[in-house]
Design a protein. Sequence first.
Lengths: 504, 1111
Amino acid sequence: MTAAAEHYACLYAREFPAQALLRMRPRSMDSACAVMDGDPPMQTVCAVNARARALGVEHGMTQVEVETFPDVTVFTRSRSEEDSAKSALLECAGCFSPRIELFGAGNIFTCVIDIAGTTMLFGPPAALAHNLQARVRALGIEAVVAVSSNFHAAVALAQSLSPHQPVQVVAAGDESAALSGLPLTVLDLDPEQAETFSLWGIETLGMLSALPEKNLVARMGQAGKRLRQLARGELPHLFRPVEPRFSLSERMELDSPVELLDSLLFVVGVILEQLIVRANARIVALSAVTITLQLEGGAAHARTVRPAVPTNNKQLWVRLLRLDLDAHPPLAAVLAVALDAEPGTTSKVQLGLFSPQLPEPSRLDVTLARIRAIVGEENVGRAVLLDSNAPDAFKLESFSVPSGDTENEAPAQLRGAARQLRPAENITVMLEAAKPARFSFRGQSYTAERAYGPWLANGDWWQPTLWGYEQWDLVARAADGAVLCCCAQRDLMHGGWQMAALYD
Amino acid sequence: MTERYIELRAASAFSFLEGGSQPEALIERAVELEMPAIAIADRNGFYGAARFHTSGQRNGVRAHIGAEIAVSSFGQRLAPPAWLPHQHKPEPARIPLLCESQTGYRNLCQLITQFKIRETTSAIPEFMWSEANALKSTRPTGSRRHGTNPERIQLLRNRRKQEGAANFSDLEQYASGLVCLTGADEGPLAAALMRGGEEAGRKTVEQLTRIFGRNNVYVELQRHSEREQEWRNQAAIGIARSLKLPIVATNGVRYAAAQDREILDLFTAIRNHVEIDSAGRLLAVNSSRHLRAPREMIALFRDVPGATENTIELSSRLGFQLSDLGYEFPRYPVPDGETMLSFLRKQVVEGVERRYGPKRDCGLKERAKKQVEHELVLIAKLGFEGYFLIVWDIIQFCKRKGILVQGRGSAANSAVCYALEITAIDPVGMELLFERFLSESRGEWPDIDLDLPSETQREQAIQYVYQRYGELGAAMTANVICYRGKSAAREVGKALGFDEETLGRLSSLVSQWEWRGATDTMAHSFGHAGFDVRHPRIAKYLDLCMRIQDLPRHLGQHSGGMVICQGQLNHVVPLERASMPGRTVVQWDKEDCADLGIIKVDLLGLGMMAVLKDCLELIPAHYGERVDLAQLPEDDEIYGTMRKADTVGMFQIESRAQMASLPRNNPERFYDLVVQVAIIRPGPIVGQMMHPYMRRRQGREVVTYPHPSLEPVLKRTLGVPLFQEQLLRIAMIVANFTGSEAEELRRAVGMRRSWERMKNLESKLRSGMTANGMDTKTQDQIVQQISSFALYGFPESHAASFALIAYASAYFKVKYLAAFTCAILNNQPMGFYSPAVLVKDAQRHGLRVKPIDIQVSDWECTVEHELDGALTMRLGLGYAKGLRKHAAEALIAARREGGNFRSAGDLASRVPELNRRELTLLARIGALNQIDGVANRRDALWQVEWAGRPEGPLLQQPGSALREEDPSLPLAQMTTEERLVADYAGTGLTVGRHPMHYRRAELRAQGILSSDDLRRCRDGAFVRAAGCVIARQRPGTAKGFIFISMEDETGIANVIVTPDVYERNRLIVTRSKFLMVEGALQNQDGVIHVKASKLMPLAHAVVDVRSHDFH
């Protein structure tokens, strides 16, 4: 039995970030466009279209440099649009063969399609290539297609093609000749190899393939042999087709609009069961579930629930989703439900034999969800001080299992306790000799008997978020004789007094 | 002034990254606040004290001197508690110590020295960084010693270490005469209070009183509007009361004005190697640590009785001023029965015989004797005999060791220096003026600079001085490394979180030209680097870069300035360890030392001295002729070469400006060369002296004198005053000034700020001239001349010393080209041109330069004898870029031992030190072409790629089937262009034809001329020329004009680029390696320039050549 003849088509699209953006913006296609990547203010050009290139816009230029060119439209790189474009291209390629290998990174899209045995379906390779290229073009992407019976030869040839000659088909056995004129840059050489070939005066694949194999191996080892085979179009390739992504998503259109949460949760329970079965099959647990409700009137209502530990407990999930939807109910009747789950590991947390008994994770999650529903998502967790001089610098971290380290011991000595008011409450202050003398707080008027301060703090002067406060510790007496020990604070940036804390 | 408060705690930027203002800024602020005195206390040293004191003196502010000393015995300084997130690194607590008396100052100097010296290995990070930086800056790429530098720099970096600290026993040893404050946040009291409350705080203060005495400890309070600090203050007040100690208020000043807190925060981020965004609690809480007005401080401490009043009391106690250093120059040990003067006299008398005997001129000798007598009387009167003997001693050491040495600067005015062989110029024969060197009224030490062949031999002389005067008796002067455009851009950018690549791009664009036009601002550099200066963060970046310009970054070591002291130098200024073992450095730079009257000897490295020394060895060895530097004959052939401006490689007269003036000045004898060396300098050019002299020299202008009595003084320079000595003589003649008065006048004019002194002297000068019957017009003319050139004039003696070296270099180049070229290539980098240009110039003068050949080449370049008797030069292996010296030495040793290499494999096996990269390099530059069986460079590359891979035992067996048998060469020979690329990439030069040669036909077809063609064009013709850029210069005196030198196979052409053409072609001018220029030709007096109206990069030039760009 003879092996089936191999045949590969390489689909290759340059300046992919720009093409991905422009395909959705046909109006911009006729103007010079550049795509910037990076964090502001140091973004640089990562892709351009032909018009921009013709103007002289190059990769790596900064915003200011791009602005020196007239009429260049600048876009910010969008990974999500690139992902959708990539999906569209793969889908398009998938119409010709289910076996597709995807590779390439940066600003180039490359995929190779195994088209062996498709002649009966799509005609000879040349027809298929033209067909593929035309379909891709219809998607708004300029790509080239090279077909060869050698995988690597197809990839190398695709890199040499231009929009003027977007398709090339090389007959079996002709690879070496077809490749011989290509520059070495089409091979993925490491810098050392590139330098060696440059020193040897080897510039094309033809020159490389003419080197005696044994001598080349003596000098460059097996890598030399591999490169020579690549240059001759003889290197075999183990095809690694793209696997369909494992996704835990289910969607259900409801027969009639549902308004009651209980009815909805019944449907959700069914969908969850499906998801859990699929997750169990892969020995994973659900770590997060996003419920998206299609509402009457076209709006969508999406919520994500993420317990502390991944779980496949359907009852728990239903309870968590219920709590969340109780707190954030949909504003209209529900037409359709979609559940997208993230897979997570089912590992268990090992606690010490003598560690205090912790509540069961699932029960804790439910409790936390209840609390979140009451006080708000962002107000639940562990308060952690930040390394900053700003008076109110802290953040909330989600709860985690304690590590047992007690490096941050609480101060040994006794300190005065202050109750920080969050948020600080506005007060009206009268000054005398630049010190607070009288103020009104929570409807009560106070006279400051003693004022300590001002305590000044300011910072972040190098950024727009600069801040500055002046604080006074006051011992004040109300008209009824009540004494109030407090900390009044003035915002030096925006003006205005606030009560920051009360002392016990 | 009604409020009474004196700031006793100010740290300047010399607390290196812990202070945000210059010492001068603190003094200026004190003047504004009408503060009569202020104390400086920088971290662990007196680094800024000298400048603080000098500025204080100038402004009438008493400068108290102190330092903040880290004391490890007190434990760690205050840091936020562990439960607060912070990044404070543990550091010892620091106590501020103020000098009450000279004893206190000396003790503090010794205390600092003691713990600084304990930092055993080359401990001071700053010094090593500086040396590392110096190594980088003195060795531009293309240096043939490239192999050593990165390693050295890395070594220095690896050896960074923590700063040292004192302990109780040090404090006890050196406590007397010092007043101690308890310190604030960084002090031991604050740390103890936080650690163990008031009880621990009291114990700490008691410890201080035990060490310094009850009367010398003040409890310090600072109020920076911080809650925690006030708690500590209340505890401190309690402790002070219980121990009955005085309280003193300070503001712990770290910057002069409140807004400079930003600089301090920035420095904090840099010091802690964190980005400012994540510096958190390391940064200041607020902006209170500026120099506050007395009124403010009194209001702040109204509730603490005595706190501000005590600052006045303490200030009045601090009687020490830095002018009272107690410095004494060392005495020279003389034989029994001799005094220093008698011994010096003996040496001088012998020297006069030795120097003037061979001249066979009795009159001259008599005059010399008279002159040395005059000088000796003055030397004795001023007590400088020890100094002369010490310098003489260094000269004697150099002579014994065969080290070429020559004094430069004003010392050449002294017949005593000439007799002692310190200098090589005969001041009597040349009628130089001694008073320029030494005068009675100057009240400062003479300054003798010695030029030594660079690197090792200079190091030998330095080590000799250390050995002779001891580790604590001699030290190098420091060199303050300050923030400049590039360093500021890099460090601020890093602190603000910009990435390395962006910073690299920016620093490469920060203008480094000497001349800065309106568009050469930092803002423009930011713009060119692609930064949007409208973005707030980038605007802040730019702002901070500008504000930290000239602030000190760290302390470095001056390359050759040494200070020597009688007894212990560490009583006068703190010493620190330098990177080299046994070497110490003082905490002041040479200007500070000069300001405080500390004498120094500069042992400078001069590359050309090394070249001359090499020539003195090469010439007898290869030409069979003996040459004596002191007796080089005056030869018109040498002057003829200079007149043609054919001076590439010649000392001091090779620059573009020198070449442009040589044909006009037409040197014919030695004195013309002295003038030539002096005239092409910023001073004479700015003072508009250059052109009058040139016109007179060419006979286009009549030689006149401001007054007939000045003819003898100005005759040699055709009536145009060029030298400082002439200024002195003019004043002596026209206004009857004494020598020392005249010198005072010169210095008064030289110091721009001393207007008052200048006015007094000017009126004295005018009254003298009136007494001598000069009319007002002449007087005005003379006064104008004096004021214009005194600022920039050059000492004649210095010019003469340099002219001597210039003549010697010219003589050797013209007469012994092979030896000279070999010597100059062996001492790179030096001078104006790169080795590539020097080689091409030598080739144009008929020298055959042969390429590197592993069968012949040594590490250095060598002179070879051809069969026909001709001398040629062989490039050394040192020119192979990337070849490590020890590998090259192994290669040479293997060749000497086992004869020539027989194959690439033979080379690889006999010299295992050569790695594959080095073998490839040697093959690439053609150094293996002489091996049997190597056909060409590609063949060599093919072979070494195989030979360079170690093979296993299986392949090593003879007759193995796997051994390479195929002798065929699969690679094509290199093309001419590839060979050129390989030459420039591998050695930075080519011994083959000039790259322009290969394009000549094509260029000629386009009407583009060679530099030789330009010489035949008439003045004003419109020409097109092209060449390889070898030098770009934008002198500070040229108003933004840029001068480019372009080389081709026929010679060098000069291009002038006007500022507007530069603006339009900025990148082409600064980046292009091969250039095409269009414009009008200026051909005047044999000086040829193309005034560029259009510039273009020459297309398809692939060779990577390097130009020397002068900034």
